[in-house]
Design a protein around this ligand. Structure first.
Ligand code: SF4
Ligand code: SF4
Ligand code: SF4
Length: 208
């Protein structure tokens, strides 16, 4: 959903979706738009910031990407969502090597018992799953990577990870939490990323 800039205090941008999508960006948008409405975030920001036309940095920017390619740039938005599909082993590997060729990051090698994935670097794009002609790889888990606090501007900041494979309920809860955090603790010209840094991440990010 792209709304005209001017009187909006929260904007959602999503990628157009394509065959690479591992979640439906439109579904995520529906979940997040409902949170904006139910929390009254825009009205509350209007009151808190004492203006009807926010400046660029006062608009809470949300971006949804259907896969880790991240065309809508969720890593530099106040709240970002990235589709995730974690590959796992199926049965009947023929050793054809299609999955090895399909991984853009070179994270798969073949062993005698089938593919071995370097999960420490895997982005959960599932391109390897799509490439397998034998269904010997399958999607084990699907969900949303949830990012907060990204921005460009004077001091750019890449978003912090709030959840790695969240479901829709967790997605809605995360946005609500981010809104409340900003409404309750944010300074008038402060972006969420700066607020997260000022408060030492403790109030909003999961303990690791
Ligand atoms: S982010 Fe992924 S699903 Fe969305 S348009 Fe880009 S490549 Fe396609
Ligand atoms: S999910 Fe993507 S990054 Fe991970 S191993 Fe498969 S192709 Fe590579
Ligand atoms: S593409 Fe499928 S069948 Fe081919 S090597 Fe990879 S897992 Fe095995």
């Amino acid at each position: 959903m792209k709304m005209p800039i001017g009187d909006k205090f929260a904007l959602i941008e999503r990628c157009r979706g394509c065959p690479n999508a591992v979640v439906d960006p439109l579904e995520a948008e529906t979940v997040l738009a409902k949170v904006i409405e139910e929390t009254g975030f825009e009205e509350r920001q209007k009151e808190r910031l004492k203006t009807g036309s926010p400046l660029y940095h006062q608009v809470f920017r949300i971006a949804i990407a259907g896969c880790p390619n991240s065309c809508s740039q969720p890593q530099i938005k106040d709240f970002g969502v990235q589709g995730q599909a974690r590959p796992g082993p199926g049965e009947g590997c023929t050793g054809c090597g299609e999955c090895v060729a399909a991984c853009p990051d070179g994270l798969i090698r073949l062993s005698e018992s089938g593919p071995v994935i370097d999960f420490s670097r895997c982005l959960n794009c599932a391109l390897c799953v799509r490439a397998c002609p034998a269904e010997a790889l399958k999607v084990d888990q699907r969900g949303y990577k949830i990012l907060i606090g990204g921005k460009l501007g004077r001091r750019p900041r890449l978003a912090s990870t709030m959840a790695r494979l969240g479901n829709e309920a967790e997605l809605a809860a995360a946005l609500k939490k981010a809104f409340m955090f900003l409404l309750e603790h944010g300074r008038p010209h402060e972006r969420l990323g700066d607020l997260v840094d000022r408060c030492g991440n403790v109030n909003i990010l999961p303990k690791t």
